[in-house]
Design a protein around this ligand. Structure first.
Ligand code: FE
Length: 287
């Protein structure tokens, strides 16, 4: 399907470009944490973005054995590879090639995320989306979307867009969330193309370029770099331009404006609630 561009006349500029930190998590999975804890307020409602890409099984084979979460949602987008999910709420699924797993930890789950491949490339993203205070203790929820369940469209210029969450150019994505209105797009741009996406100026937004490079607000954003988009009140969206083939994710959402207290896999509003989470987990009260 071919589409017109929605008008973006006053595009956002880039406030900051960063590369994140190399780290490992789970039982030793190598990854790059691009959205780190110090950016949680700036990028509210998003709490974390991990990027993983390796063709060396040593970097990913141990996976993420049983671990708890409370107070937020995890969105895992698998570009390549196979990962088995099992959780204490009884959900199980296989996430692979272009699929998305959306998990609401709510009041608490214990889950494992384990690779189901002995070699080949494992590549993808895990984004953490905060829950509003009133929903942090909801029942855990989970859904897998296979690649063909992710809505998408192609613009007249051949820009191919997958809409994981929110609505883009009239196409409703796989998921919507009322309180934070998250937008999560995977955008593949052919050489010489431009892509526009309207965004409310108060929504926090970032672009992570994972193939090639793009020009955003007149600034070159190189491969494996994240651009935090400035929130100027008079702006109406974002414009991406690619001189050669490029791919990026665009993530935006309405900030909750609530206090954020994180201790490892628990993200609550107060220290007391975090202590309670640790206590409940130790007492075996997670599902
Ligand atoms: Fe997890």
């Amino acid at each position: 399907m071919s589409r017109e561009f929605p008008a973006v006349d006053r595009p956002r500029t880039v406030e900051h470009i960063l590369t994140g930190v190399q780290t490992s998590d789970g039982a030793g999975v190598k990854l790059t944490r691009v959205l780190t804890q110090n950016l949680q307020e700036r990028l509210d409602p998003f709490l974390m973005l991990d990027v993983f890409r390796s063709d060396d099984p040593k970097d990913y084979i141990a996976g993420f054995p049983d671990h708890p979460h409370r107070g937020f949602e995890t969105v895992t987008y698998m570009l390549a590879g196979r990962m088995r999910h099992k959780d204490s709420a009884g959900h199980e699924g296989l996430l692979q090639n272009g699929g998305v797993q959306w998990m609401t930890a709510g009041r608490g789950v214990i889950h494992s995320e384990l690779p189901e491949q002995e070699n080949g490339i494992m590549e993808g993203f895990q984004l953490w989306l905060n829950l509003p205070a009133k929903s942090k203790m909801v029942a855990p929820w989970y859904r897998d979307f296979s690649a063909d369940e992710i809505p998408g469209y192609v613009t007249r210029e051949g820009v191919s867009v997958r809409v994981i969450a929110g609505t883009s150019h009239g196409v409703a994505g796989a998921m919507t969330r009322e309180d934070t209105e998250p937008l999560y797009l995977d955008i593949e741009m052919p050489p010489g193309s431009v892509f526009s996406m309207p965004l409310p100026s108060n929504h926090n937004a970032f672009v992570y370029v994972y193939r090639g490079e793009m020009t955003i607000g007149g600034l070159e954003v190189k491969e494996h770099h994240m651009a935090i988009l400035a929130n100027m009140p008079e702006t109406d969206g974002v414009l991406l331009a690619a001189r050669s083939s490029a791919r990026a994710i665009l993530v935006a959402g309405r900030p909750l404006g609530e206090s954020i207290v994180q201790y490892g896999p628990f993200v609550m509003n107060t220290r007391e609630e975090v202590f309670q989470a640790i206590h409940d987990f130790r007492e075996g009260r997670f599902a």
